[in-house]
Design a protein around this ligand. Structure first.
Ligand code: WT7
Length: 656
């Protein structure tokens, strides 16, 4: 399978109208209805969101001001009080949903647990009380480093319940990466598990926490709460480490939800950027609650009869917004699966869909490409007729993969929502509404009502249809990131200063390039900065370079993305060695391993090439464009006149 080129994507003109049956039952069932909402929101965004906030969320106290916009800082529903855990749990307990499945979970080894809203509420209250007994107070940060088990969602909701912002760190990140994030967030408590299951193996988690905290590595951490999952032997440090099942036994199931200010910090989630350490993206309570709620309702078209499954990990924003908060705020049934396709069961996803009668399935293009490779016979051997809606997220989807998804998984009857958004946006920004929007394979189509998006040049002027430009959001929205934790300067620099529009205008710069076609449809082309997207995961080239340079053999490193059939992009590293070292296969493996240890397996370079020199400009900047060409085996394209030493190119080619 080949990756889409700009040319192939622009030639894509197949259009798929929403099936009539789907539209009839959908919450938003026609383009007229979408346009009406979009226009209404555009005319008066504050009034639009205020009306929804009043009808869709429960409040302890109503707000005084809908939007306080002091660019680039937006505050929403100022003066209001609410609690997202209350909106996700308590308010459903007074309805028939009390005994409805909130979470359906299946572990990789095959066990399964269903928690009704009443049961989930009890678990969350108990964990919240345990947090309190460990000295966690409103405003204290809690690190969550967990496998995909119900306790991960329970811990998040328990944090929200007592107003302790969480910072979930993906369980695939290394001890080093965990440590950096816990230090930045100054976490007081870490919630973890002994380990988890992945690809028929156990993944140790508690040992990584031990390594991160060793030698007072994260001075702010006072306690560690450990969920027993794999029953493997781990060490428990007396006074610091506590088993969840021990403390739970004595915990009360009564814990009223703390009234939180609309703008109180709900969570920090770290994501990679162009420079420096990962950024702590800050989300606050009310706007995030409202936006994830509305996008679930209109884009996922969530209904009480749905069994909805998002295959992401709770360690990413997709898991936060579309496994936990958005679906539960709607009173939906959200399925959580610990496993991934693996040699012992490559068709496990189709088993899960058949077993639970999944109706809405949301996954990533990289997963779809892997399914294609594994073969149609796997999904064809299962009954997937319960499915009514499919979704994708994480990277541009190539039209071929879209068509396969549509035919083989969707049986040509399920609309596909290609949702473009980011950790920073909190929720879907560009997306079809499945009962309304005709879809085109490879396009995330149109903005969600209330979102004003554009494709512009560096001065903020809209570019012509079909021309490339920068994707921007031109008006604040409820779930926008509020700042970068502890670094507001970086927030301004990264998102608000790249595009310099006219006086008085402030455009959020997403870091993606895009085009718009004659129908106004957006086609997201990928990152325009030094961020690579490996299997839908964002990695900063500089982070990987720093990891490489921290190895004694490495003098200098330059990392670029290389097109990969399965992962979308793969990490390709050019490395110059310190004098006493010579390149070898053994050293390549050692360096790959080193990066995995420093960051996590997702960052492990696919390829490393040793070189004597790196191509640099006269001012000493590494010319990544040239390296990208070399990595993909392409001819060097474009201008090389700024290259300081032209013989470098021949040397690099020679080493190919
Ligand atoms: C970046 C954000 C949002 C959850 C997953 C990733 C890319 C995301 C799409 C899409 C084209 C997409 C962008 C974006 N991206 N969805 N549907 N089409 N590109 O969140 O780690 O914050 O990454 O993922 O490049 O900027 P994230």
């Amino acid at each position: 399978m080949t990756q889409p080129t700009i040319e192939s994507i622009l030639q894509e003109n197949r259009t798929f109208a929403p099936p009539a049956e789907f539209s009839q039952a959908a919450t938003i069932g026609s383009m007229e209805q979408y346009r009406e909402l979009y226009d209404k929101a555009k005319a008066d965004p504050a009034a639009f969101w205020a009306e929804l906030a009043a009808t869709e969320l429960d409040w302890f106290q109503k707000w005084d001001q809908v939007l306080d916009w002091q660019p680039p800082h937006g505050q929403w529903f100022v003066g209001g009080k609410l609690n997202i855990s209350y909106n996700c749990l308590d308010r459903h307990l007074t309805t028939w949903r009390k005994n409805k499945a909130a979470l359906i979970w299946e572990g990789e080894p095959g066990e399964s647990v269903t928690l009704t809203y009443a049961q989930l509420h009890r678990e969350v209250c108990k964990m919240a009380n345990v947090f309190k007994s460990l000295g966690v107070k409103k405003g204290d940060r809690v690190g969550i480093y967990m496998p995909m088990i119900p306790e991960a969602a329970i811990a998040m909701l328990a944090c929200a319940r007592i107003g302790a912002p969480h910072s979930v760190v993906f369980g695939g990140f290394s001890a080093e990466a965990l440590k950096t994030r816990l230090i930045d967030a100054e976490a007081k408590l870490v919630v973890t598990a002994d380990g988890g299951y992945r690809k028929d193996k156990t993944i140790p988690l508690k040992p990584a926490v031990d390594a991160a905290l060793a030698h007072d590595g994260v001075p702010s951490v006072e306690n560690v709460l450990v969920v027993q999952r794999t029953h493997e032997k781990i060490t428990m440090e007396p006074g610091r480490d506590h088993w969840w099942h021990d403390l739970k036994a004595g915990a009360s199931a009564v814990c009223p939800a703390e009234p939180m200010d609309s703008e109180d910090l709900l969570f920090i989630l770290y994501t990679s950027g162009t420079t420096g350490n990962p950024k702590g993206v800050v989300h606050t309570t009310a706007g995030y609650n409202l936006y994830t709620h509305m996008t679930c309702k209109w884009t996922l078209d969530l209904k009480d009869t749905d069994v909805y499954w998002c295959t992401a990990d709770v360690g990413w924003i997709t898991g936060h917004s579309y496994i936990v908060y958005g679906p539960l705020s709607n009173g939906a049934t959200s399925l959580m699966y610990e496993g991934v396709p693996r040699p012992s069961n490559p068709g496990c996803f189709w088993d899960v869909i058949e077993k639970y009668g999944v109706t809405i399935f949301y996954t990533a293009p990289t997963a779809i490409r892997a399914f294609i490779k594994l073969g149609e016979h796997l999904p064809n051997a299962r009954d997937l007729s319960s499915l009514r809606l499919l979704g994708t997220v994480g990277e541009p989807i190539n039209p071929e993969a879209w068509m396969w998804y549509h035919k083989v998984i969707g049986g040509e009857r399920c609309p596909i929502i290609d949702t473009w958004w980011q950790t920073e946006t909190g929720g879907f920004m560009l997306t079809p509404l499945p009962g309304a929007t005709p879809t085109k394979p490879g396009s995330a189509t149109l903005p969600f009502p209330g979102i004003l998006a554009d494709v512009v040049d560096l001065e903020g002027n809209p570019v012509k249809d079909g021309e490339g430009g920068y994707l921007v959001i031109t008006h604040p929205w409820p779930s926008m990131l509020r700042t970068v934790y502890g670094d507001d300067d970086r927030f301004r620099r990264t998102y608000w200063e790249h595009i310099q529009p006219k006086e008085g205008q402030h455009f959020y710069f997403a870091g993606d390039g895009a085009r718009r076609d004659a129908d106004g449809y957006f086609w997201v082309m990928g990152r325009v900065d030094d961020v690579i997207n490996v299997s839908g995961h964002r990695l900063g080239t500089m982070e990987i370079e720093s990891a490489l340079v921290s190895h004694p053999a490495v003098a200098e490193a330059a990392v670029v993305g290389r097109t990969d059939d399965l992962k979308g992009e793969d990490v390709f590293a050019f490395v110059t060695l310190e004098g006493d070292y010579t390149g070898s296969d053994a050293l390549i493996n050692e360096l790959k391993q080193h990066v995995a240890k420093e960051i996590g397996a997702i960052a492990r370079p696919g390829d490393i090439r040793f070189t004597d020199v790196l191509p640099k400009t006269r001012s000493g900047k590494i010319m990544r464009r040239l390296l990208r060409n070399l990595a993909s085996g392409q001819e060097i394209a474009g201008d090389t006149s700024t290259l300081e030493d032209r013989s470098v190119l021949d040397k690099l080619r020679g080493g190919a």
